[in-house]
Design a binder for this molecule. Structure first.
Ligand code: AMP
Ligand code: ZN
Length: 506
């Protein structure tokens, strides 16, 4: 079997085999979210690309070191312009209606990063080896900016420190945005620092004594630019050179272009060998936007609409990462059905294994071959639609021959679970039971002390929420869900009604 792992490399504009710096060891960095709000399903489509790269690499027997960051500072609304002008996203979120429930911007960041972990876990994404926060690596960022200044690659103005693009002639090699005049044109309206030497120059440090998040630096109080956090944290955890760097397509320019410049101008060696970018997700054929009502977070679908988390995962990976992807409710419905069949096949396979069944030879060969085909599809530039089709084919076989499948059916289902992450190997029956069937008093017994809850209260709140949802008063419904969440009670909406459980340590 051909074990080459081929992925499109934005740097070279073609599909290429991954060549690792160190044999059988993938060093991988993927850009994480800015935690000023809940991550949406588009964000998760990009995170899922990274997750599948990781799973495929592991299936090849590679060791993996996977780092994905949390941007909890310095991401300005206009950060995609060269000046990083505009308003800080975190500060703006704090001033919004939802923001009023947070004590300060740190509190807000912590809340949304916790929510991210919970959604991450729900969609069965593998945990990264390191998930560094930008705010915890300010010292390293300052040190790198100092080095860039020492070497004359950066300069200071009265408002900050800028990277001097003219000192890095390869600037533009990732995105193709090389023409200075074009860049100048693109950013002309937002140039806010008249001391900038070249319109292409981008901010490494912003001086700001009034900013909600600020640190002391050799240039006074202020905060780092967005681009510097990723190259610095990637290099801190993975070394000067890494194998794969990933993110959504919007990050090609300027974020990743600037990361390359910051890293390579100092080290003189290529920063990342392979650059992988996920095409943006659309919902029902349109750009996702709150104002058009087609904006969804994981919890909008799972908690509020009762969709099975793995169905969301399956729907999000049902299109290849590089192709235009239209998320629809009809796909979601199909995914829900497929997840049901996958779980059914898993139970049959588990039973066959537990009973030590041998299984019929040709069925065994068939599912074994299908597993190889799933891996082969992923090795070919993450062809997820094909991989999923093979998985569902295997499921069909298991369901059809359910009385005569054996150990290999179990290995197949385990393989599908491991490689694609779309099987729930631990169906939790109690969680799915309707509220009326739950032993509330027993659950209450486990509620940590001092949260002042009793079963009737929870029941009452759940009823109130359900009335609010029926009258489409989602803001009240959300408020009740969040109120319970703060008391460690997590609600789950299912086909048979709402159930609750004590939140785990996420
Ligand atoms: P952000 O929180 O905006 O920094 O985004 C986090 C990650 O999600 C980045 O890799 C973005 O490129 C990616 N992303 C944002 N919106 C979408 C979308 N609609 N489809 C796919 N990826 C997205
Ligand atoms: Zn990044």
């Amino acid at each position: 079997m051909n074990q080459e792992f081929r992925l499109f490399n934005t740097l070279h504009g073609k599909v290429e085999p991954l060549t690792l710096i160190e044999r059988d060891h993938l060093r991988f960095y993927s850009c994480g979210p800015t935690v000023y709000s809940y991550a949406h399903i588009g964000n998760f489509r990009s995170f899922l690309t990274a997750d599948l790269i990781l799973r495929t690499a592991r299936e090849l027997g590679w060791k993996t070191t996977y780092v994905t960051n949390i941007t909890d500072v310095g991401h300005l609304t206009n950060d995609d312009t060269m000046d990083a002008s505009g308003e800080d996203r975190m500060a703006r979120a704090l001033r919004s209606t939802e923001g009023t429930r947070f004590a300060n911007v740190w509190d807000l960041a912590r809340y949304y990063s916790d929510a991210l972990q919970a959604d991450w876990h729900q969609l069965n994404l593998l945990p990264p080896d390191v998930q560094p926060r930008a705010t915890e690596h300010i010292r390293e960022q300052i040190q790198v900016i100092e080095q860039l200044l020492d070497q004359g690659i950066a300069y200071t103005t009265s408002s900050g420190v800028y990277f001097s693009v003219s000192k890095f002639p390869e600037y533009g090699k990732l995105s193709g945005n090389k023409a200075a005049h074009a860049l100048e044109h693109a950013v002309r309206d937002v140039v806010v620092d008249p001391e900038k030497q070249d319109p292409r120059d981008f901010a490494l440090w912003k001086k700001d004594e009034n900013h909600l998040m600020q640190w002391y630096s050799p240039w006074g109080w202020g905060f780092p630019g967005w681009h510097i956090e990723c190259s610095v944290m990637a290099q801190a955890y993975l070394g000067d050179q890494i194998d794969v760097h990933a993110g959504g397509e919007d990050l090609i320019f300027p974020h990743h272009e600037c990361e390359i410049a910051q890293a390579e101008a100092l080290t003189g060696v290529p920063f990342a060998r392979h650059w992988v970018h996920t095409r943006f997700l659309q919902v029902e054929g349109q750009k996702m936007a709150k104002r058009t009502g087609n904006f969804f977070t994981v919890r909008d679908l799972v908690q509020d609409r009762g969709v099975t988390p793995l169905a969301v995962r399956l729907a999000l990976i049902s299109g290849q990462y590089r192709k235009p992807f239209n998320f629809t409710f009809s796909t979601l419905k199909d995914s829900e059905r497929h997840i049901g069949r996958l779980n059914q096949a898993y139970s049959i396979a588990l039973e066959a294994k537990n009973q030590g069944k041998e299984g019929l030879g040709h069925i065994q060969d068939d599912v074994q071959e299908k597993l190889q085909m799933i891996l082969r599809a992923l090795l070919d530039d993450l062809n997820t639609p094909l991989a999923i089709a093979h998985a569902l084919d295997g499921v069909r076989t298991i369901l059809k021959y359910k009385d005569v499948v054996g150990m290999q059916a179990y290995e197949f289902m385990e393989g599908v679970s491991r490689i694609l992450g779309i099987v729930d190997p631990t169906p939790k029956e109690a969680e799915n039971a309707p509220l009326s069937q739950l032993n509330l008093s027993r659950s209450i017994g486990q509620v940590p002390p001092n949260n002042g809850l009793d079963a009737a209260e929870i029941d009452e709140l759940i009823k109130k929420r359900s009335v609010a949802r029926q009258s489409r008063d989602f803001s009240t419904a959300d408020q009740i869900r969040d109120q319970l969440l703060e008391m460690n009670i997590e609600l789950k909406d299912g086909a048979d009604g709402t159930t609750w459980e004590l939140k785990s340590n996420i």
